[in-house]
Design a protein around this ligand. Structure first.
Ligand code: BGP
Length: 467
């Protein structure tokens, strides 16, 4: 018998301002850390020079075309859209005395459009970008001074949009500061561990202060964190591999542990000691951290393995998350290992750990799509990927996990965060633009568009069972 997802389950997609909007200096917007990464998070930040090409300056022109895109999301039956506010549209430099009214007005219009289509927003406060001015003048999140600036930004948008937005997230993939310090926290790539963890601590305090402000200002809203769910399995059942896996998983679990429980887990004491660092944690910080999130959200693309054997773990150095490839799994064209069952595992694992509602806020397949003779993308590979992952979410719900919803990553083609390619496509909607900026920006539903619509319409009943 097929399974019907609960009526309250939210269906939709997820996008981020810097990957879709373009209009990077329009209406008083300031430059962000993303605007100086023309090659994406994996590339080095550069000084901007007039005339240099940066695909994100236009991206997919969502800044102007959002009414058309939202109408297409509504046609698929979305009940939610995860999107982010560009901090630099509201506070162009981060330390401005007053917010930028034109930026605030832009999101008023966008949110009104969603409301008109019955789509509930899930709004991320900071998705992989901070004002560039803060990175340059304050060393990004290394500075404690950034905490009140972020809190002021959060309070400004809560006051303005609180009547419309009842689901919020603080920092996108907050644990990625471990791997991409500039992207997440405005820190240089070669940052020392002391500075990195101090910056992470400041972000965690800022996140908790935003949670508190949200609870005070919008009592009927829910606010969650957002972590990259990078689960590792032991490479073998050797006890040393199992122990190594526990330790490596704790590196990213630390973020959720603090945000959900309100204090540092005890295992971090040894970790800091081994790293030879000491984090400045004031009494006020400890108090602030006690304000915990209402739900846990995460992105899920892949799993990997951990091994205590240096010969094997050396193989992991090649990828950003330092995962040893799993010999039982296939990978996407970008080498991301595909593991639908891992999503059921992770949902169960996180629910056992936190006993809080969970939200899968990113998941999808980046692939090189080709238009057929009729100009349509027949993306059966994407349908398969999404079917298999959604099926496993259904299994997790039946296991007893409280899952609030699912927003697939990039429901419309957009600029990749890691590589800034447009050719790494995730969408149900094709966008006519290539990596060099050629194309009309025209939108066209792919085969998966109609598939996702049918899944939403059937409340998941049309999903095909898979392992
Ligand atoms: C996550 C980010 C997103 C998104 C996604 C896909 O890490 O939160 O911003 O881009 O991954 O990654 P990519 O764009 O590199 O394919």
């Amino acid at each position: 018998m097929s399974f019907r997802f609960p009526d309250s389950f939210l269906w939709g997609g997820a996008i981020a301002a810097n990957q879709v909007e373009g209009s990077h200096v329009t209406d008083g917007k300031g430059l962000s850390t993303s605007d100086v990464q023309p090659k994406g998070a994996f590339g080095e930040p550069v000084e901007r020079v007039d005339g240099d090409f940066n695909i994100k300056d236009v991206a997919i022109d969502f800044y102007n075309r959002y009414p058309e895109d939202i109408a297409l999301f509504a046609e698929m039956g979305f009940t939610t859209l995860r999107l982010s506010i560009a901090w630099t549209r509201i506070f162009p430099n981060g330390d401005d005395a007053e917010p930028n009214e034109a930026g605030l007005a832009y999101y008023d219009k966008l949110l009104a459009e969603l409301e008109a289509h019955g789509i509930t927003p899930l709004l991320t406060l900071s998705h992989y970008e901070m004002p560039l001015h803060l990175a340059k003048e304050y060393q990004g999140w290394a500075s404690r001074d950034v905490i009140p600036m972020f809190e002021k930004y959060a309070r400004t948008v809560f006051a303005r949009y609180g009547h419309r937005v009842k689901h919020w997230l603080t920092f996108n993939e907050i644990n990625v500061t471990l791997h991409q310090p500039f992207t997440g926290a405005g820190l240089p790539r070669e940052v020392d561990e002391q500075t990195r963890y101090q910056a992470i601590h400041h972000q965690l305090v800022a996140s908790a202060k935003a949670v508190k402000a949200c609870h005070e200002m919008i009592p009927d809203a829910k606010i969650g964190n957002m972590i990259l769910g990078a689960v590792l399995y032991p490479y073998t059942c050797h006890p040393s591999d199992v122990m190594k896996t526990l330790q490596q998983n704790r590196e990213w679990l630390m973020f959720g542990d603090i945000q959900a429980r309100g204090y540092y887990p005890t295992y971090m004491t040894r970790k800091f000691k081994e790293l030879g660092i000491e984090i400045e944690i004031t009494e006020e910080d400890e108090e602030a951290l006690k304000e915990t999130i209402d739900f846990v959200s995460f992105s899920y693309y892949m799993t990997g393995c951990a091994s205590a054997d240096p010969e094997i773990s050396d193989k992991a150095a090649a990828n950003m998350l330092e995962m040893v490839p799993n010999p039982h799994l296939k990978a996407s064209e970008w080498g991301w290992q595909i593991d639908p069952v891992g999503l059921r595992y992770l949902l169960n694992f996180l629910y056992d750990r936190y006993q809080l509602p969970l939200f899968v806020v990113e998941n999808g397949l980046g692939a090189k799509d080709v238009l057929n003779e009729e100009g349509i993308v027949e993306d059966d590979y994407r349908i398969q990927y999404l079917n298999d992952h959604l099926f496993q979410i259904g299994e997790a719900i039946q296991d007893g996990v409280d899952v609030m919803g699912y927003t697939s990553w990039g429901p419309i083609d957009l600029v990749s965060a890691s590589t800034a390619q447009l050719s790494k496509r995730y969408g149900f909607i094709y966008v006519d633009r290539d990596d060099n900026g050629n194309g009309t920006l025209e939108r066209k539903p792919k085969k998966s568009f109609y598939w996702y619509k049918s899944i939403i319409e059937s409340q998941g009943e049309k999903l095909i069972p898979s392992e």
